[in-house]
Design a protein around this ligand. Structure first.
Ligand code: C2E
Ligand code: CA
Ligand code: CA
Length: 923
């Protein structure tokens, strides 16, 4: 062991202090900054929560007073009391008593209902005790002419009201136990000839209101807040500590008042309507509420209460952690850890700087670094290498000791390079740079090298050179990788949009015309059969291979996003040749792909732009090809489309239509028609499909085929859908009674609507509002809804079914859904698309309709065919077992009133003569 000198210790300590003191100072101040902002944030969140709750309570309070007033009105406007006021005989008196009794029984919140005459004497009084209402006998009626409420109310004009402060009921001069918090509402009563007849007064119980207060504020996420309701004199109406409530009712509690308990807070409340009062011990949020605000045309009053919520900032959860010197215990440990680590580093540094006498120590440290270390004598003969050197170069220590460092030279650097290196080393004592050297076996590798001179402390002569280097191979790889990431798609290894632009622009530079850009989209592949995410990737990879097979070397393919790709074709010199190419392109993509032995179908839609006609740079070409693709996606029968300048106009028109559609609901331009669904055999109407209509003053009648896809694209469909459900429910409520229990009105739900999480809630909410029997409703979804995650979809469908609705699959047969999985889905009905019947019998044998019907029958699903127009078609459909029809043959979609008529007519026809049909009622 070497001796440790006092001098060394002093030096180490000095450098340690120089480093560690500023680090600690900066660290601690950053720490306390973060800590304090965290506290401030928590405080803000709590305060915000209190504010929101106060608002809710405010609303409930106003609502309660409004309700009390409305209940008073019911009595005031009754025939009984009006008869009594005008006739005043035994009979009308008794009727009025009975009416008071009835109301008291039905409205539990009336504690008393009284009528007091012009003399101030009670004439009728109904009490309610423990849920038992009774008429007070005549001999118990009292004189009340001296009461405040009587005097004030009798001076009011017709229609005005008096509302007392909230206090507790008093029975026989004593506060009734348990407390009965109540307010009194009174109004003067006049006979028809406008003579004052007395006052009507009710005692209204408000315990419910106070309970609500408790509920609302006790739900806090932070269990540290306390809240009060205070009247305008500072007395508690609500306090968790119940013994403090209603101090003004009791002589000995006159001091239980917030103005005594917290004079500073009270002084502030007096000055402002809402605010935050803060000191070291508490944070209070207060908000004044005016319970009578909603009644301000009936009563002049600025009677107010105050909601106060309070907490002690020292109780915040964050303050509860163990704290020393304003810091959390664990954080102090971390700081101590850092200090010790710094100490070790500085000791190590200190010793590693010491000269040759300490080489042993250097070696020991070197053994453990991941950098390669090489030490030579002053003639560059190697005298030491470490483990990392062996790993980096492949040479063992024994092989290189004694060799000169020039042995590893790669010849990649010039003579000047080495010249500069030595010059630097000799003048400054060190050198650093990147260079290539040879490994064992001859392979070259890049490295970052630092060389230091080691001099003798006394005579300043060089004794050693020390080189430290890292192998840069990995870093270089990383750099290449980053470039790759910028330009290539990670999963498919195809160029991304970035590189695509470069490729197109480069092509334009060398090619004068006929560069074809195909922007395409993979549509609808039935991911249902794909079990893992990788399977989806397998589909895409397969498809890319197919497409690559059609390309020449000069052509390229890039991937823009998961299902969007661009192909650039520069190998062809005319549009004719390109037309051939595109045929082939779709030909190879016609067949399905097999992944894990499951068959996957897909569809491709492509838009094409041509240089230079459709654009002179990559940006224009890509975006115009994209426009063409967008357009073709909306066309059922086409697979690709060449860009035309007209598309831009079409987009302009679409934007205009979008703006008009946004105002359609407000302007009352939307309507719903109903198309009957008929059971062939009995020609019974068994349901109807609700179909939206739009009539705009500028555009006229716009077909849903045009505006529904647009609304889907812009997201407006969500709002339109909500409107539609409400409208359908409203229409339905007029004929509800006449419908049989299995009559179904079906509602179209497009994919975007279906993915809206609130849809179900909306159905429930509106269903409740219109008192809807959900057994009378069905939703129609399209097959594309099933193309997403099938388990989630199925769960969601189940919820609709639990409400009582059924589910139909619309336009069945036009998508890719295979019948085989339908049996596991929450689906009740298939609607065979019109395309499978419309050409029967001239151009279509109707075979597909038959296949679908057979399968559906086997799976116990209902089937309905849409769009049958002729007698022949009906006969055929009946013969193959499809007994439900929705088509012009029976009826076009009907406007609401016509639909009602149709329904009633067909029902009554049936009753008269079951053989008489109801067909051909075309509107
Ligand atoms: P869809 O759901 O397939 O509706 C059936 C369409 O076929 C209706 O057209 C209907 O009038 C028509 N149709 C019924 N029978 C016959 C027939 O015998 N011959 C012929 N030629 N046509 C018949 P409509 O009302 O124009 O609706 C078109 C599409 O617009 C609907 O197709 C649906 O996709 C969409 N749509 C309509 N109303 C709504 C709605 O309320 N919500 C949503 N999301 N989409 C709707
Ligand atoms: Ca439909
Ligand atoms: Ca349909």
């Amino acid at each position: 062991m070497k001796r440790i000198y006092w001098n060394d210790i002093k030096k180490v300590l000095k450098s340690y202090l120089i480093v560690i003191v500023p680090i600690l100072a900066v660290g601690i101040s950053i720490y306390s900054y973060i800590f304090n902002t965290e506290i401030e944030k928590t405080k803000e969140i709590i305060t915000e929560e209190q504010k929101q709750k106060a608002k809710v309570i405010n609303y409930i309070i106003e609502d309660n007073f409004q309700e009390a007033y409305e209940n008073l009105l019911v009595i005031k406007n009754s025939n009984e009391i009006s008869d009594y006021l005008n006739i005043k005989d035994e009979e009308t008196l008794s009727q009025t008593e009975q009416m008071f009794l009835r109301i008291s029984k039905s409205k539990k919140r009336f504690d008393q209902i009284r009528f007091i005459d012009t003399e101030g004497k009670e004439v009728i009084r109904v009490n309610s005790d423990n849920d038992n209402s009774y008429i007070v006998t005549k001999d118990q009626l009292q004189y009340k002419g001296d009461r405040e409420y009587y005097k004030t109310t009798s001076e009011l004009s017709e229609g005005k009201i008096y509302v007392s402060d909230l206090d507790l009921n008093i029975e026989n001069e004593e506060v009734e136990i348990p407390y009965k918090p109540e307010i009194r509402i009174a109004t003067p009563m006049y006979s028809d000839d406008n003579n004052f007849q007395g006052i009507l007064i009710v005692n209204y119980l408000v315990q419910d209101l106070l309970n609500l207060f408790d509920d609302e504020f006790n739900k806090s996420e932070y269990n540290i807040t306390n809240s009060f309701l205070i009247n305008n004199e500072g007395y508690y109406l609500f306090n968790k500590d119940e013994s403090k409530n209603f101090g003004f009712m009791f002589e000995e509690m006159k001091n239980v008042n917030i103005s005594m308990e917290n004079p500073n807070l009270w002084a502030e409340i007096k000055l402002k309507d809402t605010g935050l009062y803060e000191n070291n011990e508490e944070v209070d949020y207060y908000m004044k509420v005016w319970p009578l605000k909603g009644l301000d045309d009936k009563i002049e009053s600025d009677y107010n209460w105050v909601i106060v919520t309070k907490y002690n900032p020292n109780d915040l959860p964050i303050m509860k952690d163990s704290i020393i010197f304003g810091m959390k215990y664990e954080d102090i440990l971390v700081l101590i850890g850092i200090s010790i680590l710094m100490f070790i580093i500085i000791v190590a540094k200190y010793y590693s700087k010491k000269d040759k006498a300490l080489l042993n120590l250097t070696e020991r440290i070197a053994e453990h670094t991941s950098d390669a270390v090489i030490v030579t004598d002053s003639y560059t003969n190697i005298i030491y290498v470490n483990k990392s050197f062996e790993e980096a170069t492949g040479y063992m220590k024994e092989e290189v000791l004694g060799l000169k460092t020039s042995y590893f030279k790669s010849n990649k650097q010039s003579k000047e390079f080495y010249h500069d290196m030595w010059k630097n080393l000799n003048t400054k004592g060190h050198w650093q740079g990147e260079l290539w050297d040879k490994k064992k076996g001859g392979s070259l590798y890049p490295k970052k090298l630092s060389i230091f001179e080691v001099k003798n402390e006394y005579n300043k002569k060089i004794v050693n050179y020390m080189g430290i280097f890292t192998d840069l191979t990995k870093t270089k790889k990383k750099e290449e990788y980053v470039v790759k990431l910028q330009n290539y798609n990670f999963e498919t290894n195809l160029p991304n949009e970035n590189l695509l632009e470069i490729l197109i622009d480069n092509n334009i530079k060398v090619k004068k015309d006929n560069l074809f850009i195909i922007y395409f989209y993979i549509e609808n592949y039935n991911s249902i059969v794909l079990k893992k995410k990788e399977d989806g990737q397998a589909v895409v990879n397969n498809l890319i291979q197919r497409i690559k097979g059609t390309l020449h070397e000069e052509d390229f393919i890039a991937q823009i996003s998961k299902n969007n790709f661009v192909v650039g074709v520069s190998s062809l010199d005319s549009k004719n040749k390109f037309e051939d190419f595109i045929q082939k392109f779709f030909e190879v993509n016609k067949e399905s792909i097999y992944v894990n032995e499951e068959e996957v179908f897909y569809d491709i839609k492509a838009g094409i732009s041509i240089y230079p006609k459709d654009g002179t740079n990559s940006g224009e070409l890509i975006s115009n090809a994209y426009l063409a693709m967008e357009k073709v996606i909306g066309l059922k029968e086409k697979k690709y489309l060449f860009y035309e300048d007209d598309f831009k106009n079409a987009i302009k028109k679409e934007i205009e239509m979008d703006l008009l559609l946004r105002k359609a609901i407000v302007n009352n331009e939307l309507d719903v028609y109903y198309q009957p669904q008929i059971k062939i055999e009995e020609e019974d109407i068994v349901g109807a499909e609700a179909l939206i209509r739009w009539n705009n003053s500028e555009l006229g009648n716009v077909s849903p085929v045009v505006f529904i896809p647009l609304a889907e694209k812009t997201g407006q469909i969500i709002e339109i859908g909500y409107w539609l459900i409400e409208k359908i429910f409203k229409d339905y409520s007029f004929i509800k009674e006449e419908l049989s229990n299995d009559f179904r009105i079906s509602i179209n739900v497009s994919p975007l609507q279906f993915n809206d999480k609130n849809l179900l809630e909306k159905f429930k909410e509106l269903g409740e509002k219109y008192n809807v029997n959900f057994n009378n409703f069905e939703i129609e979804i399209t097959e594309s809804v099933l193309m997403t995650d099938i388990n989630i979809v199925n769960e969601y469908l189940k919820k609709f079914k639990e409400l009582g609705m059924t589910v139909a699959i619309d336009d069945f047969g036009t998508g890719f859904s295979s019948l085989s999985y339908l049996k596991n889905l929450n689906v009740d009905k298939l609607k065979i698309d019109r395309s499978f019947i419309k050409d029967y019998p001239e151009k279509d044998s109707g075979e597909i309709a038959q296949v679908i019907t057979n399968m559906a029958n086997k799976l116990k699903l209902k089937v309905i065919t849409e769009g049958a127009e002729t007698k022949d078609q009906i006969k055929y459909l009946e013969s193959i077992g499809c007994d439900l029809i929705q088509g012009y043959y029976y009826s076009r979609p009907l406007e609401k009133e016509d639909f009602y008529k149709y329904l009633r007519n067909s029902y009554s026809t049936k009753e008269r003569d079951s053989t008489v049909g109801i067909k051909n009622k075309k509107s």
